[in-house]
Design a protein around this ligand. Structure first.
Ligand SMILES: Cc1cc2nc3c(=O)[nH]c(=O)nc-3n(C[C@H](O)[C@H](O)[C@H](O)COP(=O)(O)OP(=O)(O)OC[C@H]3O[C@@H](n4cnc5c(N)ncnc54)[C@H](O)[C@@H]3O)c2cc1C
Length: 500
């Protein structure tokens, strides 16, 4: 074997997955088609749950140092209040995708991830023992890599998905959008946000001094996706929508996207898995795609590592599909709704006004915010505690060594049994998993914890937290902790006990 896992694609998803696997001691190679980074940035922001995920790994400060917190988010261009809510990071962080990739690549380097540029996956053969990955490289001779698993993080047109014969059903595009980073000397305003007009809408967002990100969306106008977009097309589109090009010049890059929404029928075919845009594409409304890819990676990383290291059965990988396919389905659904709400016309104008008037209600705002930020995700985990399956709140804790936070306990990407009542019984049960699960005894600084989509709940007596920050088991504040359920959760998620 050349590696335990080969990852196709060094975008945000592939890099995050590689880091998660390395943290768990897995040998991983990332192969990337490009010779070097292009500097292009489709995404321009990250949401609360992704910021929390980076915080769980102790690398959030690097992103906060580069990005700019925003006071609001949006649903189909309608502003969504991001005031105080149940996260330490209650804001979208404006940060370019190129910066996200640079920071993830730096972290990957520190962890010893091998990234091979100019290496394009062109063939796959899987058998009982592993996967042979054929690569087209800059060298004349074709290269192959042999690994136990291959993960396709190779974007919306994923070669890995196609070669695996995995279906990609969904809905066709109904519009065409152009995006370009340009200079715009005659724009009379600093910022134009989703200006609606007869054929669609346009925005001009000042990202850095001197240049703007221009986005034009034209409905019922679908162009050939294989034709490369040009600066002139962007200019003409802006003229059609805004009546002028505002003296647009000096494009840094131009790209095209649309509202086609498709999702892989399965995220796993034997030893081949899919994550990120390779598994789902959709209208980029609300800025969810990169976030979802990073979170796919964090869900898959520890599971794949456990299977590779022989600690859990292969069936654990099926929970990756179960959990993340449902999340993807929901995002496709909300982006279809956002696309419908963006169509031009008097009827949609009226619908937007009504929808916007509903968004001022706290409950509506909270619901949409939970959905866009992914903070309200609940995986189908056994147990009826309100925290079961949800992401663990980042509560303040006191331990014998001083103060800490729940998310800080996850820096090493290992499962944690957090005992908030000092129960000898729990520690004894967890003894069988001592090689895999860290037991932390602490006191919660707060009697109640805020849970997105639920409200305040009494701090639990104990929690079993998966490396991705989701709760595998929780003991209620009062009453017996339920050690049988704890033992079952430990076995389900982290394999059988070492002895007994
Ligand atoms: C206009 C626009 C704005 C957006 N804004 C946001 C936003 O604000 N927030 C957000 O969360 N998302 C946003 N998105 C979505 C986001 O850009 C994507 O979801 C994200 O890039 C997906 O990351 P990925 O790593 O899965 O795939 P990609 O970023 O597409 O990376 C895939 C990588 O695989 C490589 N590759 C492809 N084929 C092969 C092969 N055969 N072998 C080896 N390597 C290969 C590619 O070169 C690439 O480097 C936006 C998208 C658009 C179009």
């Amino acid at each position: 074997m050349d590696a335990d896992v080969v990852i196709a694609g060094a975008g945000p998803t592939g890099l995050m997955l590689a880091c998660e696997l390395r943290l768990a001691g897995v040998d991983v190679v990332v192969v990337e088609r490009l010779a070097e980074r292009t500097g292009e940035s489709r995404a321009g922001g990250m949401h609360s749950r992704t910021l929390e995920v980076l915080d769980q790994r102790g690398i959030l400060d690097r992103f906060l140092a580069v990005g700019e917190p925003q006071p609001v988010g949006h649903f189909s261009g309608l502003y969504l209040d991001f005031d105080e809510f149940e996260s330490r990071h209650p804001y979208p962080l404006m940060i370019l995708q190129s910066a996200i990739e640079r920071l993830l690549e730096e972290w990957a380097g520190e962890l010893g991830v091998r990234v091979r540029f100019s290496s394009e996956v062109s063939g796959i053969r899987q058998d009982e023992a592993g996967v042979t990955v054929e690569l087209s490289t800059a060298e004349a001779a074709p290269a192959t890599l042999r690994a136990r698993y291959l993960v396709g993080c190779d974007g919306g047109r994923s070669t890995v998905r196609k070669l695996s014969g995995i279906d990609f059903p969904g809905t066709e595009a109904t519009m065409t959008a152009l995006i370009g980073d340009v200079e715009l000397p005659d724009l009379p305003e600093d910022y134009v946000w989703v200006r609606r007009c007869a054929g669609g809408d346009w925005s001009a967002i000042a990202f850095e001094p001197g240049w703007y990100r221009v986005i034009t969306s034209e409905y019922d106008r679908v162009v050939d996706r294989d034709e490369a977009p040009t600066f002139e097309q962007l200019r003409q589109s802006l003229v059609r929508l805004a009546g002028t090009d505002f003296g647009m010049h000096s494009p840094r890059w131009v790209s095209r996207f649309n509202d086609a929404a498709r999702q892989a029928a399965t995220y796993r075919d034997g030893r081949v898995l899919l994550a990120g845009d390779a598994a789902h594409i959709h209208f980029p409304a609300g800025g969810q795609g990169l976030n979802m890819g990073v979170q796919d990676a964090v869900n898959l990383g520890w599971k794949l590592a456990s299977v590779v290291r022989g600690r859990a059965p292969e069936s654990l990988l099926d929970t990756y599909h179960t959990e993340r396919h449902a999340v993807g389905e929901r995002v496709l659904h909300n982006t279809r709704a956002q696309s419908a709400l963006a169509r031009p016309g008097a009827q949609t104008d009226a619908l937007r006004e009504v929808f916007g008037s509903l968004m001022v209600f706290d409950d509506v705002n909270r619901h949409l915010r939970g959905m866009l930020t992914a903070l309200d995700i609940r995986y189908p985990v056994d147990g009826d505690h309100l925290l079961a399956g949800r992401r663990v709140p980042d509560a303040d804790l006191k331990t014998s060594d001083g103060t800490t936070r729940v998310h800080e306990l996850l820096h090493c990407a290992r499962p944690v049994l957090l005992d908030l009542r000092g129960s000898a019984e729990l520690a004894k049960v967890a003894g069988g998993w001592a090689d895999r699960v860290d037991v932390v005894e602490a006191r919660s600084e707060d009697e109640h914890w805020p849970v997105p989509g639920v409200g305040e709940i009494p701090a639990p007596a104990a929690l079993l937290i998966r490396p991705d920050g989701h709760v595998a088991w929780a003991a209620p504040a009062e009453g017996a902790p339920g050690v049988r359920a704890l033992r079952a959760a430990l076995t389900t998620w982290f394999g059988p006990a070492r002895h007994g």
